[in-house]
Design a protein around this ligand. Structure first.
Ligand code: S6P
Ligand code: ZN
Length: 183
């Protein structure tokens, strides 16, 4: 389950040695409200792990020009016809952009701009995604194994979860006849 691709190995070795990598985790219980099918959601254990994020900043927090590196491991699963997905956010400093790239597994990066236009990009090992400033981002695991992706973002970007928590994205990624579709 914990297969790690080579380019990220040194990062995980730092974590194993306790050198400044911060690990956070989100359970299904912490994703309350993001899925459409409340019945299906209520049947799942709230303490089930949905994803883990390892992040690392080689500078003091907020250092201008500093860059975070992070790896997210999103577990496979469904809530009704929706896939397990990250909470999703705009950046607190709206104009801050970010790179994502796929490491293992299959998924979709769901993006929404300020006019609430939503689109999606397929994630797979080696796929590269640029998330411009002012674009909310969320990832869904569309496969049967762990989806792992790396990210790089400015140290002063911050997270604005509130808007997505309140209004969601303007489209949902659902499984239709075995394939992911935006609805
Ligand atoms: C941070 C970056 C990622 C996410 C992570 C979890 O800007 O976009 O590290 O934090 O993929 O997603 P979320 O929406 O729970 O922060
Ligand atoms: Zn982000």
């Amino acid at each position: 389950h914990k297969k790690i691709v080579i380019p990220s190995l040194s990062f995980f070795q730092n974590e194993l040695k306790g050198e400044g990598v911060v690990k956070s985790r989100r359970t299904l219980g912490e994703l309350a409200g993001i899925f459409e099918n409340q019945d299906a959601y209520s049947q799942l254990p709230l303490d089930q792990l949905a994803y883990e994020v390892y992040s690392y900043l080689p500078e003091r927090e907020g250092t201008p020009g500093g860059l975070y590196f992070g790896i997210t491991q999103l577990y496979p699963g469904k809530v009704g016809d929706e896939y397990f997905m990250t909470k999703g956010h705009f950046h607190q400093q709206e104009d801050r952009s970010e790179y994502y790239w796929g490491l293992e597994g299959e998924g979709m990066l769901i993006l929404m701009d300020r006019e609430r236009n939503t689109w999606a990009e397929r994630m797979m090992p080696g796929s590269l995604h640029y998330i411009p400033g002012g674009v909310a981002h969320r990832v869904a695991n569309t496969g049967n194994s762990v989806l792992s992706f790396a990210a790089c973002w400015p140290s002063d970007a911050g997270h604005n979860y509130e808007e997505i928590a309140n209004k969601g994205f303007s489209a949902r990624l659902v499984e239709v006849n075995g394939t992911p579709k935006l609805r």
